[in-house]
Design a binder for this molecule. Structure first.
Ligand code: COA
Length: 195
């Protein structure tokens, strides 16, 4: 392990100066994104505005599809509202982070508990350019995502499934099933020899 500060770094596999976004586009121009950044920080993340009605209104204004009676607790972080659809009577708990570079769709009557993280973005760590990969997340109707669960891009959680607290969901969850856990697995050395 080595750490350098400000020096050239010929030893790193990743070369972030060559980072590739590929075909990714945020789906809105800079003024709209800047305005949403301010609204997200001040109204959604701050906790000063506990009322869901204002948040439903603002999300719709910025292009989200939001059903009736959706509850949005304080300290929620939403990346791109125009890539969010939430069905009727859903609950979004404190500190839920919807990192929706790609579409996130949540069905009706679903409960997303505190601190859940919807992670639509990833990178290919086998390439030095660290290319961005984005994939959508689909949560069905009547689903419960437990506190601090992580749901990765490309995952569908089918109707009436439950994801236990702290789970890491990398694959689709069948309807009505309960899934828990998420121990890390060492998948071996992914770097070329000598790096
Ligand atoms: C998913 C959940 C409801 C399961 O409850 P349950 O069906 O009563 O399950 P049990 O407590 O009987 O546990 C069954 C087994 O699963 C394991 N388990 C339960 N929840 C787990 C979790 N979140 N992560 C890992 N393992 C879990 C238990 O250790 C037990 O293992 P064992 O069979 O080896 O003893 C619950 O554990 C959970 O995660 N709740 C979420 C809490 C939450 O998010 N609250 C926020 C809103 S208030």
């Amino acid at each position: 392990v080595s750490a350098t500060r400000g020096d050239a770094d010929p030893g790193s596999f990743l070369q972030l100066a060559t980072y590739e976004k590929g075909s990714y586009s945020p789906g809105a121009g800079l003024p709209r994104r800047a305005l949403w950044y301010f609204v997200n920080e001040s109204v959604f993340r701050s906790g000063y505005f506990p009322l869901s009605s204002l948040k439903r209104y603002l999300l719709r204004l910025f292009g989200a599809s939001i059903g009736t009676n959706v509850v949005i607790k304080p300290h929620v972080n939403i990346k791109l509202p125009w890539r969010l659809a939430v069905g009727d009577d859903c609950w979004i708990g404190e500190e839920v982070w919807i990192d929706n570079l790609d579409q996130v769709t949540i069905g009706a009557n679903s409960c997303i508990s505190q601190g859940a993280y919807f992670c639509t973005g990833s990178h290919d760590p086998r390439q030095r350019t660290f290319p961005l990969i984005t994939r959508p997340i689909l949560i069905g109707n009547g689903v419960w995502i437990g506190a601090r669960a992580v749901v990765l891009g490309g995952v569908t959680v089918e109707d009436n499934a439950v994801v236990g607290a702290g789970a890491t969901v990398t694959k689709n969850v069948p309807g009505n099933h309960l899934v828990v856990g998420g121990p890390v697995r060492d998948l071996g050395d992914i770097r070329p020899v000598g790096l």
